[in-house]
Every structure is written in C-alpha cells, then in structure tokens.
Design a protein around this ligand. Sequence first.
Ligand SMILES: Cc1cc2nc3c(=O)[nH]c(=O)nc-3n(C[C@H](O)[C@H](O)[C@H](O)COP(=O)(O)OP(=O)(O)OC[C@H]3O[C@@H](n4cnc5c(N)ncnc54)[C@H](O)[C@@H]3O)c2cc1C
Ligand code: FES
Length: 264
Amino acid sequence: MINESAKIVKHEKLAEGVFSTSFECCISETALPGQFVMVGTKSDARLLRRPISICETDREKGTIRLVYRVAGYGTAELSKAGTGDEFKLLGPLGNGFSLEKAQDKKDILLIGGGIGAPPLLSLAQALRRTGIGKDSITAVLGYRSMNAGLFLNEEFGKEVRVLLSTDDGSVGVRGTVMDAVRERELKPDIIYSCGPLVMLKAVKEFAEENFIPAYISLEERMACGVGACLGCMVRTKNKDAHSHVNNARVCTEGPVFDASEVEF
Ligand SMILES: Cc1cc2nc3c(=O)[nH]c(=O)nc-3n(C[C@H](O)[C@H](O)[C@H](O)COP(=O)(O)OP(=O)(O)OC[C@H]3O[C@@H](n4cnc5c(N)ncnc54)[C@H](O)[C@@H]3O)c2cc1C
Ligand code: FES
C-alpha cells in the first residue's frame, strides 16, 4: 500500500456530473482490477479521504484512471481540478476481482449499474489480456437515460460484447440491467458486478436462482479504508475467523465478495 502525492495527467468530463481523472503514480505498479484508492481532499476541515475504484491502470505510463460521479464535497473538488494538480492517494486497497475464478468458465457476464461500471472496465481489459473467456464476455451496462449521458460504454465495446439498459428505454433495453439479462436470456457461467445495492441484491437473487457463481463489489461508506475503524462492516453468512462475528470489512475483506456470502 502506497501513500503518495499524485499528479493529474488527464482530466475530462464524460457525462453530466461524471468525470474521468488520470494520475501519474506508483500505485499503478501493483493495482489490480476491482481495487480502489482513497483520495484526499484539500480542505483542512475534511480529514477523511474518499474511496474511488481504479477504472484503468497503465503500467507502462505509470498511471491510474478514476471515473466518478460528483456526489458531494470530495468528488466536486476533484471534478474541478486540472492537469498538473496534485492529490494525496492511498492504495491500491481491497482485494479486487479474482481472475482465477473465471479461468475455466466459458461465458462471463459483467454487470455494471451506472457509476458501478468503472472497476469492471479494468476487469474486462485484464480478462481479454489474459485470454480468459475468449470471445464470450458480455458487459451489461445500465444508465439513467441517453439524455443524462452514457459513459465508458464505447471503451467496454473495444474489449467485450456490450448490452445497454436505460430507465426510460432511450437506448438499449427499457428497465434495469437485470431486465436486459432476462430479456436476452443470458445464462453465464460466472458473474462479476458492481453498482447500487438494490441492483446487487437482484444480481445475487438471479445468481442463486440459476446456480451461477457471482462476485459483487460493494460500496459502503468508508472512513479509514485500511481496516482500522470498522466503519464499513457488511453482514456475512460465515463468521469472521478473528472476531467470530458474522461481519466483514468492505475495505479489507472486500470490496469484492462472493454474493452467496453477503447478507443484505
Ligand atoms: C470501494 C469503493 C469504491 C468506489 N468507487 C467509486 C467510483 O469508482 N466512482 C464513484 O463515483 N464513486 C465511487 N464510490 C463512492 C464514492 O466513494 C462516494 O461517492 C464519495 O466518497 C462521496 O464523497 P464526497 O465527498 O463527494 O461526498 P460526501 O459529501 O461525502 O457525500 C455526498 C453523498 O454521497 C453519499 N456517499 C458518500 N460515500 C458514499 C459511498 N461510499 N457509497 C455511496 N454513497 C456515498 C453520502 O451519503 C451523501 O449522500 C466508491 C465507494 C467505495 C466504498
Ligand atoms: S473503512 Fe475503516 S475499517 Fe473499513
């Protein structure tokens, strides 16, 4: 884990309220798909850093890319930054998505809801790079509407087959990502997913009904990001080996969990 001051090398707006910021940093040397960084703010009044998933890593250039929606002070501050500005980054953090779980699987399904899509892009790239899944990887990406703006869908399209859903049907299937999965009668051998809690619950139900292994990335509120404050607990089916309670820390045991292990 590295704590560093990282310089912004690229910054752009992707859609209304959604931004992409790339940093030159040493974290790029070891970052894995599904891991995240804690981003510092410049305000002395706000000590807590904000967790943001690593959307892409370029080891050769030594950069990581974050894609985020402006939610409050921290993300707004980052969205207004420019090339050359420096931010404190701590990472890479968390377990990330296991590529090994997909090693012997034929059909791989990535399900990304809104701003949950970014960590799945680095997973799609890693799967393609390692040859896992060959040509049968599908990403189902859900958005609010064409008007609110799509983002990352074209970049996913360079790696894998993409299906879209929007709440108002302005592009792709009308409804949720799970409506798209059901309408297209997708029956994958493994699912990786990230998005809002309500969507992850639906992914878990679908996976359990169809006996499909599923790995979901949770986005709990976080204070420390390194396992110390216990502020990001999630209820799990199995007891923790150390504390003997049915809890796990999203920042350290997660953010990616076997969906069957998580109790919503
Ligand atoms: C492991 C992890 C990875 C994440 N990856 C991304 C990402 O790639 N892109 C992205 O846009 N966001 C991501 N998030 C959510 C992001 O951390 C929050 O949106 C951010 O912390 C808000 O900070 P802020 O200072 O802008 O807003 P604040 O002023 O702190 O909060 C504004 C609003 O956002 C809500 N909020 C704060 N933290 C979270 C959270 N962790 N999850 C959901 N809602 C929250 C608050 O309840 C409040 O309503 C991730 C969260 C986690 C835990
Ligand atoms: S955020 Fe502190 S333990 Fe997870």
